[in-house]
Design a protein around this ligand. Sequence first.
Ligand code: IMP
Ligand code: MG
Length: 181
Amino acid sequence: MHEDVERILLTAQELDTKVSEMAARISTDYQGKEILLITLLKGGVMFAVDLMRKLTVPVEIDFMDVSSYGADAKTSGVVRIEKDLDSPIAGKHVLLVEDIVDSGLTLKYVSTLLRDRNPASLRICTILNKPMRRKTQIDADYIGFDIPDEFVVGYGLDYAQKHRNLPYVGVLKREIYAQGK
Ligand code: IMP
Ligand code: MG
């Protein structure tokens, strides 16, 4: 276990099993359709590619980058587009893939913006969900795990751009973000 991590919340094995279950459900739900998987950089990438590999329906992928967090662990509530999608989404079945829904502000903003571009459908898929932290009404259609209100890293999630590569999801030691290290 990494020295900045207090404890492991979800093992690589648990994540893999869950991603397989989610992919099976999504493949059934989208039978006969093509999915445009849209992922938010950078945190969603690891989950998105794992999920994509396990989908049995045709799938395209595109990326969008928005920022709601600075280098510190608290939300600023400000969401800004850093990079937009490469292609239009009108008439496509969009599956928005996220690493975590926390306050929900990011997803609220992005899903409203995408809906305005007239996709055939829009659903939300997240591997992690922190229901206790919600500041706005937003429900994901596919949720991997509900987790407690703790700052986690790994499986794409970072603290100050570090720890995205950890294969598990772990709780970050409080002293790390208290020091702003
Ligand atoms: P929201 O707008 O508050 O829902 O924030 C969503 C984004 O905040 C996620 O995509 C993450 O990048 C980041 N985030 C929220 N909680 C955590 C956490 O516990 N660890 C790392 N990043 C987090
Ligand atoms: Mg993110």
